[in-house]
Design a protein around this ligand. Structure first.
Ligand SMILES: Cc1cc2nc3c(=O)[nH]c(=O)nc-3n(C[C@H](O)[C@H](O)[C@H](O)COP(=O)(O)OP(=O)(O)OC[C@H]3O[C@@H](n4cnc5c(N)ncnc54)[C@H](O)[C@@H]3O)c2cc1C
Length: 503
């Protein structure tokens, strides 16, 4: 009966499947990368299906840009790793421009809440020696583990390319040997793999300081609370720093995908809820309960000003970004240097507006100033801003329910809530990223195809390597066509409706 679909939920809902000749109708709830990629993949798999997309705000979801002084600043999802096959290939197919470079400055220091425990000097030789001295070869060993995770993740593209779909996230992660990582904490995993044996020198400091800082940056969470898969996903861009963002803004991808998906209708500003355009009732099996999930609050603040060394109790500050250790008790998770902005031309404009409690957040103009990007769990108070910066001006402050608050061992909702109903974001408890949502989107598109058009053999070209079916036999988790069921047409032609409560 309930019909509230929470933030960060992209759900595909079969509305009606009428007489055999009538096209299948699909409603997609959510216009982030997950929902729009699902629409696009469905269009490729089943061009005759009628797909409508419902989005309560604007297209983009947790990707949103701010154009400032000729630059594109990301407020939400910012980096796309070179191995993010779906997102990068879709971006290229949509004519967008990936530009290389990450979200941080050229150098960094790590702060533990009372002092700086590590600082880069800018000299590659000196910095390499300093890393070896403090962390031993733990960064290298963890890099290998992250790369192995990346290789396994990449097998999903072949499985999807061969038409494999999974009814649950557990089956999907198990098919590529990553499920166990979601069942243990990043802290335990790193401890087990790095902190024993003859090579353990520096491991404890590495886990707390370097790996911990990366987790605070990417997920605003500490090692102990993260699952090991999310920890490795978080570390991969540090291990293999070939990363991109889209010149047009990362939210341009969902916008382009929605346009390319040949939607029957796009309902913007339309929240799906009780009594709205699609009625969500009686879809879940009786007694079914979806696992509760909390989201981590992260506030993205772009602020200009000069950092105040005395806040950090040092006479002068090291150049570059300030990261924080896993357990640092700080009111920010990272302060990243973003160059300078010139006030005369700095009139920020956004493809949409940033909102806080339903109200647009403040946007100011500035003179030529150092620009910083700060992540924090709470909005930066006026008091904190005055302590951290000289002459600070907040350009924009955007609060997000950013990613799941990880909780290993992770408990996953199924993708397939009932035949014809697929829950994209079930996968996100493992790790949250645009690519993960795109993978889930492909999985939902394939699942729906198998459930509603089991005889179909069409495959998706875009974004899928689709080169091999050899790995399909290793896919123990595939729902396959054997589990395909047609949606029961018992609701009556033209008036059938399905419903779900997702929380
Ligand atoms: C600050 C921050 C930094 C991040 N950094 C990165 C990064 O560097 N790289 C990366 O890959 N990922 C990053 N992420 C994570 C990434 O943004 C998400 O994993 C991804 O965008 C999720 O996409 P989605 O489509 O699944 O969900 P969302 O983008 O949340 O889309 C869901 C959509 O559904 C809509 N919706 C919800 N309920 C309803 C309803 N009832 N009716 C209608 N519409 C509804 C919402 O308005 C939203 O548009 C970051 C996220 C944040 C917040």
């Amino acid at each position: 009966m309930v019909s509230c679909v929470h933030a960060a939920v992209a759900v595909l809902v079969l509305l009606t499947e009428l007489a055999a000749a009538a096209p299948v109708k699909v409603a997609i709830v959510g216009g982030g990368i997950g929902g729009t990629a699902a629409a696009f993949f469905l269009q490729q798999l089943q061009p005759a299906w009628h797909v409508e997309l419902f989005e309560r705000e604007r297209l983009g979801g947790r990707a949103e840009e701010l154009f400032l002084d000729g630059r594109t600043l990301e407020l939400g999802a910012s980096i796309i790793h070179a191995q993010n096959h779906y997102v990068l290939s879709l971006a290229k197919e949509m004519g967008l421009t990936p530009i290389q470079g990450d979200d941080t400055g050229d150098a960094f220091s790590i702060y533990d809440g009372s002092s700086f425990v590590f600082s880069q000097s800018g000299s590659q030789v000196r910095d390499t020696l300093a890393v070896l001295h403090r962390y031993g070869i733990s960064p290298l060993r963890y890099k290998w583990l992250a790369e192995e995770m990346g290789r396994r993740f990449s097998r999903l593209y072949d499985l999807h390319g061969a038409g494999q779909a999974f009814a649950t996230p557990q089956q999907l992660w198990e098919a590529v040997g990553l499920f166990n990582l979601t069942q243990q904490s990043a802290a335990d995993y790193m401890q087990a793999h790095l902190a024993h044996g003859v090579l353990r020198y520096g491991a404890a400091a590495f886990i707390e300081e370097l790996a911990g800082a990366v987790n605070r940056i990417n997920y605003n969470q500490r090692n102990a609370g993260m699952n090991a898969l999310a920890g490795l996903v978080s570390y991969l861009p540090a291990a293999q720093p070939e990363v991109y963002s889209l010149q047009e803004g990362n939210a341009a991808l969902p916008r382009k995908l929605a346009a390319a998906a040949k939607l029957q209708a796009l309902h913007l500003g339309t929240a799906v809820q009780a009594g709205s355009a699609i009625e969500l009732q009686g879809v879940l099996p009786p007694g079914a309960v979806l696992p509760k999930r909390e989201y981590q609050s992260t506030v993205t603040t772009y602020v200009t000003g000069a950092l105040n060394p005395s806040y950090f109790k040092v006479p002068s500050l090291p150049a570059g970004d300030i990261f924080v250790t896993s357990s640092a008790d700080t009111l920010f998770s990272v302060i990243a240097s973003k160059g300078t902005v010139s006030g005369s031309t700095a009139r920020p404009s956004s493809s949409s507006h940033a909102y806080e409690d339903g109200q647009p957040v403040a946007v100011h103009q500035q003179q030529q100033q150092q620009l910083w990007k700060v992540f924090s769990q709470q909005p930066l108070s006026e008091d904190l801003l005055q302590q951290l910066f000289f002459n600070s001006t907040v350009i924009i402050s955007k609060p997000w329910k950013a990613y799941p608050r990880f909780k290993p061992p992770e408990v996953f909702a199924p993708f397939s809530l009932s035949p014809g109903l697929c829950y994209n974001n079930a996968l996100e408890n493992g790790a949250s990223a645009m690519e993960v949502s795109a993978v889930a989107a492909m999985n939902c598109a394939l699942l729906l195809q198998q459930q509603l058009s089991p005889s179909s053999t069409s495959q998706v070209n875009s974004g899928s390597s689709s080169s091999s079916s050899s790995s399909s036999s290793s896919c123990s988790g595939s729902s396959g066509s054997s589990s395909a069921k047609r949606h029961p047409a018992g609701n009556g032609a033209g008036s059938s409706s399905v419903g779900v409560s997702v929380s």
